[in-house]
Design a protein around this ligand. Structure first.
Ligand code: 5GP
Ligand code: ZN
Length: 124
């Protein structure tokens, strides 16, 4: 853990969502991860998958996070299927993570956007 990793940051929007201080439509929860529907969906399926551990972004990752990030990645297709993304290859999904201001990141708690469903989409 570095000083940029904290179990919970009281001022972080997504930490508040994990703590149920801000309501969300929950997609999945386990000890390590939380997933919830994006409030402004781009696609018929659009949810955010986050580690419960507060990590600001991909830029803070190091070798100690490798196993956790692997487990997070493996969750993506399971949750995409659960949320109604159609099967590969005709269906599929888009996985997106924004890092830093120039990467388009608005909420500074590491998150994967998972988007799918029939096109056209509002964006992306
Ligand atoms: P970023 O731009 O940081 O990659 O994505 C942040 C995402 O969080 C945006 O897609 C935005 O719609 C979503 N978001 C922001 N505030 C809330 C909220 O209070 N609840 C939920 N469910 N999503 C949010
Ligand atoms: Zn946080």
């Amino acid at each position: 853990m570095s000083n940029l990793d904290h179990l919970h940051q009281p001022d972080c929007l997504f930490c508040k969502i994990v703590a149920r201080k801000i309501p969300s439509r929950v997609v999945y929860e386990d000890e390590e991860f939380f997933a919830f529907h994006d409030i402004h969906p781009w696609a018929p399926v659009h949810f955010l998958l986050i580690p419960k551990l507060h990590i600001h972004s991909m830029a803070q990752l190091d070798d100690r996070h490798a196993n956790m990030m692997g487990r997070m990645m493996v969750l993506v297709p399971k949750l995409a299927k659960q949320e109604g993304c159609n099967p590969y290859p005709e269906g599929g999904f888009r996985l997106l993570t924004n890092t830093g201001a120039e990467g388009g990141q608005e909420v500074h708690h590491l998150h994967f956007h998972v988007m799918g469903g029939p096109r056209p989409w509002a964006r992306g």
